[in-house]
Structures are given as C-alpha cells and as structure tokens.
Design a protein around this ligand. Sequence first.
Ligand code: BES
Ligand code: MN
Ligand code: MN
Length: 456
Amino acid sequence: MNQINKYIEDNKDRFLDELFGLIRIPSVSSKSEHRADMQSAAEYLKSSLLDAGADKAQVIPTDGHPVLYAEKIIDPSLPVVLVYGHYDVQPAEPFELWKSPPFEPEIRQGRIWARGADDDKGQLFMHVKAFEYMVSFDILPCNVKFMIEGEEEIGSPSLGKFCRANADKLKCDIILVSDTSMIGKDVPSITTGLRGLSYLETEVIGPERDLHSGLYGGAVINPVNVLTKMIASLTDEKNRITIPGFYDDVLEASPKEREEMAKAPFDVERYKKQIGVEDLGGEAGYSAIERTGIRPSIDVNGIWGGHTGEGAKTILPSTAHAKISMRLVPNQSSKKIDELFIRHFKSLAPPGVKVRTKVLHGGEGYVFPVDHPAYLAASLAYEETFGKKPVPFRSGGSIPIISLFEQVLGVKSILMGFGLESDAIHSPNENFPLWNFYKGIETIPLFYKYFIEKAE
Ligand code: BES
Ligand code: MN
Ligand code: MN
C-alpha cells in the first residue's frame, strides 16, 4: 500500500469524526436564525486548518457571513494554490422526507447521509485532509491558501467585495475547487464549464383584495390565471425560450465540439431512473447532456398565490407570485438577461394587472480550457488514482463566484469535483459515498505535485 492510502487507512475514522463535527453545525446561509451557526462553522474550519498545519487562519467578517482564510507559505518564490469552497448549505426542508436527521450525519450503505455531506462540506474537507497529509509527510510542493465562504448558496453577495479588498492576500496561480460532480464513479471527469444564472422573483398584482370568485369571476382579471399563461408563453413548442434577444449572445457549439460531447459516457437510462421519470424533455435538437451543458434553460422554481390551504375557498386572488431562474451559457450576461426578462415579462401582461419583478441573484458562466497546465495536472492526478484518463465535461450547475474570481483576481479555477449525480445535493437525503471522499483525498495531493512540476 502506498503512503497516501496507508495514511487514509490509518486515519479514516478520525477524518469522518472531524467532518461530522462540521456537518453537525446547521450552517444554512439563507436563514437569519442560523447566523451564529455560520460563525461556528467558520471557527470550526479555522481550528481544523490550524490542526492540519496552516501557519495562520482567520475568520474574517464581511457584510454577510464570515470568510475563513488560512495559509501555509513554505517559500514565497514558489507558486500558490488557493483552495476555494463553501461551508454554507441549502435549507434541509422538507425534514420529514429525510431517513435520518439532516444535521446528524450517519453512515449507511457506504455513504455519509447529511445536508452538506457532498455540497460542499464533504468536498471541501477532502482538501483539509489532503493538506494535512502533505504537511505531515513534508511533501507540500508549494504554498497553499484557503478561502472558504459562507454565502455560496445565496449567490456569494459579499465575496466579490471581499476579493477586491483582499486581492493581494489572495494572490495565487490557480484556484482549486471541489464543488462539482463526476459523470460516474467509474467515469472520472473534470468539469470544464459551468452555467451562469439569472434568478428573479415576479409578482402579478390584480384587485386590491381577494374577491368572491362568483361575484367577480369572469369579469375581473385573475392574476394567477394570467401569471400561468405568461409563464407558459416563455417557451415555444420546440422548448426554446421566447424572450426577444435571449439567444443573441449564445455561442453555438461547433459540430466538432458536439461530436466530442457525444463521446462522454453519459448514461441517459440511468439518469432517468435515478430521478424517477420515464422520459426527458427540453430544447428540440439537443441531447440531455447538451441541454444542461451548452444550452440555456428556464425553470419555475416555485409558484404561489390564492388559496393553497385545506379545502376549497372560492376566491379570485389579489396577487400571484413565482420564482423563475434561467441557466445561462458562457458569453451570455446575466445582467442583460435580467433586463430582457423584466421588460418582456411586463409586456406579456394584459392591462388591468401590474407586474413587478426583482432580481434575486445571478452570475456568469465559466469555461476551462483543456490545454491549460492545471487541466493537464488534474488529468494526470485522476489517471493515477482512477486508473483511467478523466473526460472533460460541461456541467449544468452554477458557481457564479468562479467567473468573478477570473474577473477580479485574474486567476482560473480548476474544478475537481468528486460528487456523483446520486448524491442528491439540495434534496432530502443528500449523501456522499465514502469511496468518493477518500478518493478525493488520494487524488488532490497528486494535483499539487503535477501542477508544480508543470509550473516549473
Ligand atoms: N456546488 C453547487 C454547484 C454545482 C453542483 C455545480 C454540481 C456543478 C455540479 C453549488 O453549491 C450550487 O448549488 N450552486 C447554485 C447556484 C447558487 C448561486 C445558488 C446552483 O447551481 O443552483
Ligand atoms: Mn456547492
Ligand atoms: Mn449548492
């Protein structure tokens, strides 16, 4: 057994205990009742990193939740790898669908079950342990910085400012991130693209109060009826988005690129089975992997209005609401899309109702070139631990701060995610296979090794 595998074997229970301590802190960034938990999670990571061998670690306040910063500078003339991750998690509701409580991590079927088990506590903790390993065997080949934020799941509202204010401190040669997934356990892959995001909330406002639907129904415009029609008209029969100008900046993938993508061993049958649907849908003319990887999309995330409680109440509601998001592809601007949406959506409403739309958050997409030295280093690392070359693929998910890093710090981020489709991130029963957790710890030090070799 080689040195890293032995280290993992000897310490695997302690690694889990320590990760579980972090998971037990319910650091849900979107809820003000968890303010203190955000601080605790950042403090927890501070001591984890100091224990692992960081020279210094600080919990730095921001306008929102604190950022954990840590570093180990072994030689200022060597390159710097900056590890980014997030300690905040999505809300765990609906609680009743969890087989074990979301903040009481449990191991069943070789997986860790908990909110944050994958996204992103489990994944960021692989970096803490890989760092500990490199420090304890004195094989850290370069300088390391950690920036772990607490606002990723709410769109990183404070991190742009934090990066601008601390650009010097954050100076680095590459940003290393594990917050994405692989195509499959047997299909190691490196994420080479992320989608951008425009997330809006809209309200259609009708009569000043809920009305008796017998006395008024048919004569007064019903905001819920109107909103659903407006939403329905946002896509056409080919499932293309109908907002004028929406596709203007979309870069069409070349036939060659599409040919390459089609080679990715993506299993549609397994994909359908995992989410319990018999068929898929989406923009005509594109495969499922293309629809999430290189095409934009629009989704209603939630819709409400009128009577939703028990029994029947005969009303014509005063207002209707929806939260709508659009996933964007690189080169589309989320700000421009926000504006196009707001203008178009307003134009869809008949006179007699008002429409108010506000932007909740958003950000730009991202691409990573496969000929970049960090890609080549990551590729060698996976090849060594998985026994096969990883495939590049474009994820449908978003981490808007990644493109901001490029803008503000001028540094690329290599996305070495070890999650799986089946990890149910953001859903009840989120989980992370132990195999992936340990495989990540095994693979990460090799990235450092090959990246530094290439940088020299
Ligand atoms: N880690 C995810 C993003 C992700 C997961 C990308 C898997 C690729 C594969 C991240 O925490 C996330 O959930 N991002 C949000 C956006 C954010 C602004 C709320 C998303 O994609 O919905
Ligand atoms: Mn994440
Ligand atoms: Mn997430």
